[in-house]
Design a protein around this ligand. Structure first.
Ligand SMILES: *Cc1c(COP(=O)(O)O)cnc(C)c1O
Length: 464
């Protein structure tokens, strides 16, 4: 399987090289040259298999001969061994044909663990074979950072630097990043918002001298291997609800467009997904794009679902590349307009295709709180604010009741205890395995929103 850049000007790479590279050298994102499909009967055969075996069957065609099959199967087993639920991603029923797919049973209590634990195993495997080392830099609005720090802590050939917006992540999220003691992981609090952090990471990658000197690699949601790992739980959940014999719909709390794009990949592979609902909080650039055809940046408003407080959804470029018939120059033109004019109009044909494949919904802060309260009252479940945004959008977009509607439950409520308690009166407890972070000493560095200063900082801290 070969991977090409969305902007068409970077070298064509294997799965492993695209994973190690992260962002492509032309500033684009790697996508598979073709999306392999799983035939109907092979999807039917997934019924009753464990999570790891399904992961192996879904991912193998994309990995190709980059990793030997036995090695891949062993890496998958190791990645999910630390999860706190035998199903890895269990379904919980919240209505007649309405479900939450719980993705919070990993070590840091958010869906990011599904991708990050596996990507850490894949990195370790690749670097050990090559005898090389890398410096991972990533931007996080909260959950990616803790997932990366947990997954890579203590690995020999990797240093990790995670940039997060100072004062804009929850205390639990911050403590998950600042309390690990391994010397190869670093939390950097940037004086800015998430988009500033993301721009700094892109800036470091586009500084080719720095990139080569440090051996930069990325594991934020632009990394193709992460998207691929997230396609797996669409298969396990859809098959559990009757696919491929009947279709299933999903509502996905969306920020950087990685998780929902993974659903789009699953559907492109042949999984019968009916509706894919982009659920946004009041940072609703994607909802507005679907409604108006204008993709326009409009400032970031802090919310009680901070992992979705984003205006530039990086992975949307991957979909754009498809909507523009894989024309790299057309992608470059729109991304330039986004950078210089703060937005672009989608061409008519692309907009029609976008609307044909996705729905969208929006939840403001009051609606999110009301949804947490309503779900608690009706089902006894305590859900986190991100998941609540998904539940709200799902009920607005509800199509045929005969088609199951699955909301991706993206985080554990205990990651956002204040917001959840204010909404439904119940203060969710951290699972016992995480309780120690509440009084462990914190280690972090506050840095200016300045590329040169940041590069100096990283040069100083990297192990030689
Ligand atoms: C990252 C995250 C999201 C958004 O996912 P994207 O892949 O960036 O769209 C939603 N909810 C939670 C809890 C997250 O951590």
């Amino acid at each position: 399987m070969r991977y090409v850049s969305t902007r068409g000007q970077a070298p064509v790479l294997s799965f492993e090289d695209a994973m190690l590279a992260g962002l492509a050298r032309d500033g684009g994102l790697y996508v598979p040259e073709v999306i392999p499909t799983l035939p109907w009967n092979e999807i039917a055969d997934l019924a009753g298999l464990g999570y790891e075996e399904t992961a192996f069957r879904v991912m193998s065609p994309f990995v190709g001969d980059s990793v030997a099959p036995d090695a891949l199967r062993a890496l998958i087993d190791r990645a999910y061994a630390g999860f706190g639920h035998a199903a890895r991603a269990p379904l919980v029923q919240i209505g007649e044909n309405d479900w939450i797919l719980e993705l919070h049973h990993g070590p840091t209590l958010a869906f990011k663990d599904f991708a990050m634990q596996l990507v850490a195993q894949l990195f370790q495997h690749a670097l050990a074979a090559r005898g090389s080392r890398v410096t991972i830099v990533g931007a996080t609005s909260g959950d990616t950072g803790s997932a990366a720090i947990d997954a890579f802590a203590g690995l020999d050939n990797v240093d990790v630097f995670i940039l997060y917006p100072h004062g804009r992540v929850s205390e639990i999220q911050r403590r998950q990043m600042t309390t690990p003691t391994a010397h190869n992981v670093h939390a950097l609090a940037v004086k800015g918002d998430f988009d500033d952090c993301q721009a700094l990471v892109k800036g470091m990658f586009n500084d080719h001298a720095f990139r080569d000197e440090m051996g930069l690699a990325a594991v934020n949601s632009i990394n193709w291997a992460r998207v691929l790992a997230q396609a797996v739980y669409y298969f396990t959940s859809a098959v559990a609800l009757g696919a491929p014999h009947r279709p299933v719909s999903y509502s996905v709390p969306t920020g950087n467009f990685g998780d929902i794009y993974a659903g789009h990949i699953a559907r492109s592979m042949g999984l019968p997904i009916d509706r894919l609902v982009i659920a946004t909080n009041r940072n609703d650039i994607l909802h507005r794009t679907l409604q108006t055809g204008m993709h326009r940046i409009d400032g970031v408003e802090p919310t009680i679902s901070p992992s979705m407080d984003i205006q530039i959804s990086s992975n949307f470029e991957r979909l754009l590349h498809e909507l523009l018939d894989r024309d790299g120059q057309a992608v470059v033109n729109l991304m330039e307009a986004l950078r210089q004019q703060g937005g672009y109009a989608l061409p008519d044909a692309a907009l029609a295709r976008l609307r044909g494949e996705f729905d969208s919904g929006r939840s403001d802060e009051d609606e999110t709180r009301a949804t947490i309260a309503a779900i608690h009252e009706v089902t006894g479940q305590v859900i986190d604010p991100h998941t609540a945004v998904g539940v709200k959008a799902a009920s607005d977009a509800r199509g045929r009741p005969a088609t199951p509607m699955v909301v991706l439950g993206t985080a554990h409520a205990a990651k956002f205890p204040d917001a959840v308690e204010a909404a439904c009166g119940v203060r969710p407890d951290l699972p016992p395995r995480l309780a120690h972070i509440l009084d462990a000493p914190e280690r972090l560095r506050i840095v200016e929103n300045d590329l040169a200063a940041l590069e100096r900082e990283i040069r100083m801290e990297v192990r030689s």
